[in-house]
Design a protein around this ligand. Structure first.
Ligand code: TXA
Ligand code: MG
Length: 349
């Protein structure tokens, strides 16, 4: 299939591209588009045939539900009710990187929600995304715009790499500000529960309602007893082609351990990458080192995380050794994604 690629540099000057992409959505086609979290792969979320095209393009398992993207806070046509806490979260964090799970009305097709009675909804803050949804005049179902299993794309080049020939249109914009996917809060239960940590931190959510907690299965490897509640969180996800290993603990010991591991892997003829904090990046003697950002600026680390994993794939490293980051603020989302990429392979010092 032919994919049209258009980059929006200036929303007013390039509005024609957004209109073109919106027409494609209205006619049941697929469009990759920017959001502040990661790029999305969108289709008309109320059109069953259109939604099926998303699953096909990504190679996504049918049991993994999609998020509907809306351009207004009024979601009464899509869900049965908005409980007071959900309304407070919407008022405070929309537009922005927060997805709320609510009980859906029948207008939302079962393919979109993967046969669940609930549906995830989010109003993105990205201006191109908002305009696209508004002009398409329908909620846009959109997972991250990567091939299923690989790290989510945070810029248009990565969408082009993954999706050319598989979607109708790729609408480019800025690099994604947040860099990890939205925080998902299940508001069908009381108290609401975080199914996926993301751009809106647990601390911020607790300011609205102190009873909100993380899903207990989130930061661990899923087992029979501990299954994450968001269907998508059970897959080995966010994974680059290389093997990922996390090293955590005391700073000096971590640096020594990583240096030793890099040396040993290189001795075995492996190409090794190190995902480092800015503070430690000059301390690694061998291998290709990428600095994600300062330990004092976890937003910067999140912003760079997926792109760094993908750039290691570009240069074909066999092993990526990553420093652990503190699990607070957006660090919870960073470590959730890193642990999944590593298949929970963590060395503690
Ligand atoms: O930031 C984001 O949320 C990005 C951008 C494009 O908006 N989208 C995104 O979509 O990350 P996706 O499909 O890659 O991840 C959606 C996650 C999956 O883990 C899925 O299982 C979960 O949301 N999810 C969706 N609907 C759900 C529901 N009704 N109940 C529980 N989990 C749900
Ligand atoms: Mg995804």
């Amino acid at each position: 299939m032919e994919t049209k690629i258009a980059i929006v540099k200036d929303l007013i000057k390039n509005i024609g591209y957004v209109k073109e992409a919106a027409n494609i959505i209205r006619n049941g086609g697929t469009v990759a588009f920017p959001t502040e979290t990661v790029y999305g792969l969108g289709a008309d979320g109320l059109n069953e045939e259109a939604v099926k095209k998303i699953f096909k393009a990504k190679g996504r398992p049918q049991d993994n539900p999609l998020i509907l993207h809306v351009s207004s806070k009024d979601i009464s046509s899509l869900v049965k009710e908005v409980p007071p806490v959900a309304q407070k979260l919407i008022d405070k964090f929309w537009p922005g990187p927060l997805t709320v799970i609510l009980n859906k009305k029948d207008i939302v097709p079962d393919v979109t929600s993967a046969n669940l009675k609930s549906v995830g909804i989010r109003m993105p803050e990205d201006q191109i995304a908002l305009k696209l949804i508004e002009l398409a005049n329908t909620p846009i179902a959109a997972p991250s715009a990567n091939i299923s299993g690989s790290p989510s794309p945070t810029d248009v080049e990565r969408c082009i790499e993954d999706l050319t020939g598989k979607v109708d249109y790729i609408l480019g914009g800025k690099r994604s500000r947040v860099g990890v996917e939205s925080t998902i809060v299940d508001c069908t239960v009381d108290p609401p529960i975080v199914l996926r940590p993301g751009g809106i931190t647990l601390e911020k959510l607790k300011e609205v309602y102190n009873g909100i907690e993380l899903d207990a299965g989130l930061m661990k490897k899923s087992t029979e007893n501990f299954k994450p509640k968001a269907p998508g969180m059970k897959y080995k996800h966010y994974a680059p082609k290389a093997k990922v290993i996390i090293v955590s603990g005391n700073r000096e010991k971590t640096i020594d351990k990583i240096n030793e591991m890099v040396h040993n892997y290189r001795g075995l003829g492996k190409k090794v990458g190190v995902l480092s904090s800015k503070e430690n990046s000059m301390r690694y003697k061998e291998g290709k080192v990428i600095s994600l950002g300062s330990i004092l600026d976890l937003e910067e680390v999140a912003h760079n995380l997926f792109e760094s994993l993908r750039s290691f794939d570009d240069i074909g490293v066999d092993v990526i050794i990553a420093e652990a980051f503190e699990e607070k603020g957006v660090g919870i989302a960073i470590m959730n994604r890193l642990k999944k990429a590593a298949g929970y392979d963590i060395i503690e010092n």
